[in-house]
Design a protein around this ligand. Structure first.
Ligand code: NAP
Ligand code: MG
Length: 495
C-alpha cells in the first residue's frame, strides 16, 4: 500500500501586533457648534438669569468647544414653570396618538442628523466615533421610536385601569452616554404624558443642546421639554424644586444617596440608576476566543465609562492561563487615540478629574499587591488618556475589586466551582449587570438566576435594546428603564 506522507501541521500563526493603520478621520468641518449656548426653556434658547457660563472642552485635545449656560435656581424656576404650564394646558390634554406622532418625529429627525450627532458626541465626550455612530445615536433614536409606539397603548396594556401622567419630571444624566441617556429619560416620560426638565452633565452638554434644536424643529409645544445646563448645583436645585413630581437620576451611587435623602419625606416619585461593578464569568467549557472578545467589549467599550462594564473578571482556574494570554494578545491590538478616527478602539478619558480618579485607584491596586499589565500602545501627548489595563493577583477585598473605577481597568480573579464563583460575584455592594460564558445552557441558567444583578448576558456582553428593561439591585439603584417597565415610573395607575 502506498504510504501517504503525514500531513504537515499548519505553521503557527504569527500574531502581528505591529500593524499600522492609516488615519481614517471622520470629517467634522460640516458640524456647526455655536460659540455660546443658552438654556432651552419654553421652546426657546434663553440666556441664563445670572448670565453665568462655563466651557465644555474636547477631552482629546483639551480645546474649548463652546461656552454653555450655568443654570441657577432662578433658571430652574423658569424651566419648571414652563414644564408645568405645558403639562396642564397642552401635553396632558393631547390625544395620546398625537403625542406619539411628536415623539416619532423626534426619532426621525435624530436619524436624519445622526452623523452630526455622532461627531459632536465624540468631540464633547471623547468616545470613539465608531461607537457614537453605530451604538449611541442609533440606540437613542430607537428609544424614541419605541416609546412613540407606547403613547396610545397604555390603556390597552393595563385594561380596566386609569393611567395618567405624573406631571413634571426632573431628569439628571451622566456624561458617559449623553444623548442615549437623554433619550432613555425623555422618551418614556413624554409617551406617558409628562413634561420634562433635563440636566445633562457638565462635561457633555452639547448633544443634549442639539437635541433641543431637534425638539424645536419637531414643533413640540413649548415647555414640553426643557434642557438646562449646569453642574451639580443645578442638579440639586432641580431635585429640591417643589414644582416637580418625579426625579429620574442616572449617575454615581454617592450622588444617588444624596438625592434619596433629599427626597425622603416628600411625595416626589423617583428612580435611581447608579453605579456597578459587574462580574464577567468565564467557565472552562466556554468558547474561549469569543469569551475574550466579550471580555474586551465588557471592559474597554467606551473607555470603561460604562455603568454595566464587566470590570471584575472571574476565570475558571483550568483555563485562566490561556484566557489571560489571549487577552493580553488582544489588548495589544487595541488602538487608543483620536476619537474621530474610525480605527480607534479606545478614545479619550472624559475629563481630567475622571483620569485622576482612575490613576488613584490603579495606584491603590498596585499598593494592595495587585500585579498590573498594560498594553504597550502609544498614547497622544495632549488630552486625557489611559492605556488598557488588567490586574491579576487581586483579593476580594482589594479596592479595585470593590470600587467602581469607571475606566479601562479590569480586575481578574480565578475560581474552581460554580458555588464559589456565585458567592464571589455577589460579594459587592452593586448589582447592575453580569456576564456568563459557558457552552452548557443549564449552567448558564443556574448561574444567571443566582447572580444578584438586574441584567445578565450569556455568551455575549453589552447588548442593549429599547424593549428590554435595564436597572439595578442593591446600591446600583432602583427602578427600571427600557421596555414597558420604563413607562411605569412615569404613570399613576388607578383602579
Ligand atoms: P455623578 O457625578 O453622580 O453625576 C451625574 C449627574 O448628576 C450629572 O449631571 C451631575 O452634574 C449631577 N449631579 C452631581 N451632583 C449632584 C447633586 N448633588 N444633586 C443633583 N445632581 C447632581 O455621576 P457621573 O460621574 O456623571 O456618572 C458616572 C456614574 O453614573 C457612574 O457611577 C455610573 O455607573 C453611573 N451610571 C449609571 C447608569 C445606570 O443606568 N445605572 C448609566 C450610566 C451611568 P455634573 O456632571 O455637572 O457634576
Ligand atoms: Mg466636553
Amino acid at each position: 500500500m502506498k504510504k501517504t506522507a503525514p500531513k504537515k501541521s499548519a505553521p503557527a500563526l504569527k500574531f502581528d501586533t505591529n500593524w499600522k493603520y492609516d488615519p481614517a478621520p471622520e470629517s467634522a468641518d460640516h458640524v456647526v457648534i455655536d460659540k455660546q449656548y443658552g438654556l432651552f426653556i419654553n421652546g426657546k434658547m434663553q440666556a441664563p438669569v445670572k448670565g453665568k457660563y462655563f466651557n465644555t472642552i474636547n477631552p482629546a485635545r483639551e480645546t474649548v468647544l463652546a461656552s454653555v449656560a450655568d443654570a441657577t435656581s432662578e433658571d430652574v424656576d423658569k424651566a419648571v414653570a414652563a414644564a408645568r404650564n405645558a403639562h396642564s394646558k397642552v401635553w396632558s390634554k393631547m390625544k395620546p396618538a398625537e403625542r406619539g406622532k411628536y415623539i416619532y418625529r423626534i426619532a426621525r429627525i435624530m436619524q436624519e442628523r445622526a452623523r452630526e450627532l455622532a461627531i459632536i458626541e465624540s468631540l464633547d465626550g471623547g468616545k470613539p466615533i465608531r461607537e457614537s455612530r453605530d451604538i449611541d445615536v442609533p440606540l437613542a433614536a430607537a428609544h424614541f421610536f419605541y416609546y412613540a409606539g407606547w403613547a396610545d397603548k397604555l390603556n390597552y396594556a393595563l385594561p380596566g385601569k386609569q393611567v395618567t401622567s405624573l406631571g413634571v419630571a426632573g431628569q439628571i444624566i451622566p456624561w458617559n452616554f449623553p444623548l442615549l441617556m437623554a433619550a432613555w429619560k425623555i422618551a418614556p416620560a413624554l409617551a406617558a404624558g409628562n413634561t420634562v426638565v433635563l440636566k445633562p452633565a457638565e462635561t457633555t452638554p452639547l448633544t443634549a443642546l442639539k437635541l433641543a434644536e431637534i425638539i424645536r424643529d419637531a414643533d413640540l409645544p413649548p415647555g414640553v421639554v426643557n434642557i438646562i445646563t449646569g453642574a451639580g448645583a443645578t442638579g440639586t436645585a432641580l431635585v429640591n424644586h417643589p414644582g416637580i413630581d418625579k426625579v429620574a437620576f442616572t449617575g454615581s451611587t454617592d450622588v444617588g444617596k444624596i438625592i434619596q435623602k433629599a427626597l425622603a419625606g416628600t411625595d416626589k416619585k423617583y428612580t435611581l440608576e447608579l453605579g456597578g461593578k459587574a462580574a464577567n464569568i468565564i467557565f472552562e467549557d466556554a468558547a474561549i476566543d469569543q469569551a475574550v472578545e466579550g471580555i474586551i467589549n465588557g471592559i474597554f467599550f467606551n473607555q470603561g465609562h460604562v455603568c454595566c462594564a464587566g470590570s471584575r473578571l472571574f476565570i475558571q482556574e483550568s483555563v485562566a492561563a490561556t484566557v489571560i494570554r489571549k487577552l493580553k494578545d488582544r489588548m495589544e491590538t487595541l488602538i487608543v487615540g483620536d476619537p474621530l478616527d474610525k480605527n480607534t478602539d479606545i478614545g479619550a478619558i472624559n475629563s481630567r478629574p475622571q483620569l485622576d480618579k482612575i490613576k488613584a485607584l490603579v495606584k491603590a491596586g498596585i499598593a494592595q499587591g495587585g500585579s498590573m499589565h498594560q498594553s504597550s500602545c502609544a498614547i497622544p501627548s495632549k488630552g486625557f488618556w489611559f492605556r488598557p489595563t488588567i490586574f491579576t493577583g487581586v483579593a476580594q477585598s482589594s479596592r479595585i475589586v470593590q470600587e467602581e473605577i469607571f475606566g479601562p481597568v479590569l480586575a481578574i480573579q480565578t475560581f474552581r466551582t460554580v458555588e464559589e464563583v456565585i458567592e464571589k460575584a455577589n460579594n459587592t455592594p452593586f448589582g447592575l449587570s453580569g456576564g456568563v460564558w459557558s457552552d452548557k445552557g443549564s449552567k448558564v441558567f443556574k448561574v444567571s438566576s443566582k447572580l444578584r444583578a438586574g441584567v445578565v448576558w450569556a455568551n455575549t456582553y453589552n447588548k442593549f435594546d429599547p424593549t428590554s428593561p435595564f436597572g439595578g439591585y442593591k446600591e446600583s439603584g432602583m427602578g427600571r428603564e427600557g421596555g414597558m417597565h420604563g413607562i411605569y415610573p412615569y404613570v399613576q395607575v388607578k383602579d
